[in-house]
Design a protein around this ligand. Structure first.
Ligand code: 1HN
Length: 346
């Protein structure tokens, strides 16, 4: 509370000039602490068991076609109605039931998928069909045509991660509908993986895009790599365990320009050191159980749970069983702008 010192001519000046769309910086910023980030976003966790029934109910009351995308959006409790999980990122759980098609469109936002439950759905990206199996990480470049389907006999649910709040903020939203429900298949399935996913590149390869030319990063080899690495003494991080970044194999950069994605392994009884970074992260548990302690508050997680840690909130991770976490954040944006920072220890 500022003490009541009677009329404040500077404040009066500040208020008076607002009629001319002016503000006095030294008055407006008085007492505001900008020594470090204080995101209004809060840490939160969605227990899969608590919300699986809501996802099933969404499946009963609307078709994928009518909903266009049948998604339950994971909203940060600090931002009700704003369709965002951090200041810059969106997260949602999308259900595609057997036989359904989520119609084709494209937009200037970038999307990632991380498959949480089920096998046998697909997404078609620019004419290449991409299989979606549990634990697979799939990227959808911005302005690429995409539709989803499920030709298996079970429900498939995946986590959608998008940069929509960031793209909204920049006033750069464009969207376009394809004239048909599904894009024609113009490339064989597995084409991108064959060209770019074997440690080789076609001779004369020149990047056409700032995105990874890969579409799908399957779970099995990523999981096997973590399992192999756990036997090595090196490569461990005191905060994160073994943490791998999904990359563009042609550049070594993040797979997408606006979002980084990671897969990390923590052994049973892992107790991570305290960590914070300016990028808020969304985590999805693929295996194991444990907890995330954020600013002293404990969030217990198990398979398929999703939790969010906003930027510059102090947190640490503990695992009760061998555990694997997928996560994504806006780290590449912050790094390219020279803004990203991290801090280890309290
Ligand atoms: C979108 O295109 C999808 O294609 C999912 O599956 C969620 C949220 C906001 C904007 C576009 C999809 C979305 C989205």
């Amino acid at each position: 509370m500022t003490p009541d010192i009677g009329a404040d001519p500077q404040k009066e000046f500040h208020d008076r000039i607002s009629a001319r769309n002016l503000a006095a910086l030294w008055v407006a910023r008085r007492g505001v602490d900008i020594s470090k980030p204080k995101s209004p976003a809060v840490a939160a966790l969605w227990r899969y068991d608590d919300i699986r029934g809501d996802i099933a109910e969404a499946g009963d009351i609307v078709s994928a076609e009518d909903a266009f995308r049948r998604v339950l959006v994971l909203e940060n409790p600090a931002y009700p109605g704003e369709m965002r999980i951090t200041n810059t990122l969106y997260a949602g759980l999308q259900l595609v039931k057997p036989g359904e098609i989520a119609p084709c469109h494209r937009h200037s936002q970038t999307a990632l998928r991380f498959v949480v439950e089920g096998d046998g759905a697909y997404t078609t990206v620019e004419g290449e069909r991409v299989r979606l199996s549990q634990g697979d990480f799939v990227i959808t470049r911005n302005w690429s045509w995409h539709d989803h389907g499920n030709d298996s006999d079970g429900d498939v649910i995946w986590l959608d991660g998008l940069d929509t709040p960031l793209v909204d903020f920049l006033d750069t939203v464009f969207r376009d509908f394809y004239p048909e429900q599904a894009h024609p298949l113009t490339r064989p399935e597995g084409d991108a993986a064959a060209r770019y996913g074997t440690g080789m590149l076609p001779m004369g390869f020149e990047a056409e895009s700032i995105y990874s030319p890969m579409l799908r990063y399957p779970y099995a080899p990523a999981r096997a790599a973590l399992d192999k690495m756990r036997r090595a003494k090196s490569g461990w991080d005191e905060c994160h365990g073994l943490k791998m970044r999904y990359i563009n194999p042609a550049s070594g950069d993040d797979a997408m320009p606006t979002m980084a994605a990671f897969l990390q392994f923590m052994p049973k009884d892992f107790s991570g050191a305290t960590y914070r970074s300016t990028d808020g992260a969304v985590y999805c548990v693929t295996e194991g159980s444990g907890r995330c302690i954020v600013d002293g508050e404990t969030f217990e997680w198990g398979p398929r749970d999703v939790f969010v840690v906003p930027g510059w909130h102090e947190y640490r991770l503990e695992a009760d069983a061998d555990s694997v976490l997928f996560s994504y954040s806006d780290q590449p944006v912050q790094q390219k702008l020279g803004l990203w920072r991290e801090m280890r220890g309290a």
